[in-house]
Design a protein around this ligand. Structure first.
Ligand code: C2E
Ligand code: MG
Ligand code: MG
Ligand code: MG
Length: 291
């Protein structure tokens, strides 16, 4: 039976796979020109203080305004950028533009932080620390307002080298976050050995905190240990108010999710920042294709 199914599956999926790889090749060719042609766009998703429900920062999330296919989400092109090495110039573009945006969001009343996702290939570049230093100097963004997000798998790849680079970045005064915590194989023990400031609990945990007792206990333990290591904890993908209340009770400091806002263009982000109480913000759905 398994053999039969395997055969028919091959017959059904082969043409689709072919189509899929053609599509990827085309996207890769297009992506090569996207940075030059100024087709990349940053959207910003607020991070909210769970006690005050006010916006304390934003995460810059890249989108691609594709000439034929519309606004594409990063899940559709970041993997292509990574396998082709294009992630390095793309990541540089994101870093610079996120810092420019953050610097201009500065006012007397608000100094939001800006989080930028960094891929392992960027960290591996020998001049990465110099690049960050230069971008901060040229945009005038104070280092403490920049946070770089890296995923656990990046950390585990090459622990010693990553630790060295992170230490240099942190010496500049910028913050480091571990993104999507809980999806990889790392343990909290690793973290205690790393120069890290923020831990972002993955959405897959947050999804089930209210409904599933085990996910709840696990998340409570992560938040408690994160706090014991003096890290700030951010819960990702908060969609419902009961999750926000649960997290607040569990002493999680910050949240991010559609409950408050989807990622939005710069103009809208500055409006969100200006509103005193973000609890008045209407929940929003996804802004892009690809999710
Ligand atoms: P991430 O860094 O974990 O970002 C969070 C993702 O979850 C974003 O998806 C965000 O829109 C989505 N999200 C936030 N709140 C909710 C929610 O309440 N419900 C649901 N269903 N989703 C929510 P997005 O923008 O599609 O980005 C996906 C991933 O692509 C990011 O995950 C990040 O790993 C990567 N990425 C995005 N921008 C960049 C970039 O500039 N450089 C690199 N290297 N990776 C990036
Ligand atoms: Mg992130
Ligand atoms: Mg994340
Ligand atoms: Mg995530």
């Amino acid at each position: 039976l398994a053999k039969d199914r395997g055969k028919s599956a091959t017959a059904v999926y082969e043409p689709r796979l072919h189509e899929e790889s053609l599509r990827r090749l085309q996207l890769r060719a297009d992506l090569q020109k996207a940075v030059r042609r100024d087709e990349l766009v940053l959207h910003f998703q607020p991070t909210v203080d769970l006690n005050t429900r006010q916006v304390v920062g934003f995460e810059a999330l890249v989108r691609w305004q594709h000439p034929e296919q519309g606004l594409l989400g990063p899940v559709l092109f970041i993997p292509i950028a990574e396998e082709s090495g294009l992630i390095v110039p793309l990541g540089s573009w994101v870093l610079r533009n996120a810092c420019v945006a953050a610097a201009s969001m500065q006012s007397d009343a608000h100094t939001p932080t800006m989080s930028v996702n960094v891929s392992s290939q960027q960290l591996d570049q020998s001049g990465f620390v110099e690049e960050v230093t230069r971008v901060l100097a040229e945009t005038g963004l104070p280092p403490h307002r920049l946070c770089l997000e890296i995923t656990e798998s990046v950390v585990l790849n090459d622990l010693d080298r990553v630790r060295a680079v992170l230490s240099q970045l942190r010496a500049l005064g910028i913050r480091i976050a571990i993104d999507d915590f809980g999806t990889g194989y790392s343990s909290l023990a690793y973290l205690s050995n790393l120069p890290v400031d923020v831990l972002k609990v993955d959405k897959s945990f947050v999804d089930r905190i209210v409904s599933d007792e085990q996910s709840g206990s696990l998340t409570r333990a992560i938040i408690a240990m994160s706090g014991a290591m003096k890290l700030a904890t951010v819960a990702e993908g908060v969609e419902h108010d009961d999750q926000a209340s649960w997290l607040e009770l569990a002493a999680c400091s910050y949240g991010q999710g559609y409950l408050w806002s989807k990622p939005v263009p710069y103009e809208r982000a500055t409006e969100l920042l200006a509103e005193l109480s973000v609890s008045r913000i209407r929940p929003g759905r996804s802004d892009v294709a690809g999710r």
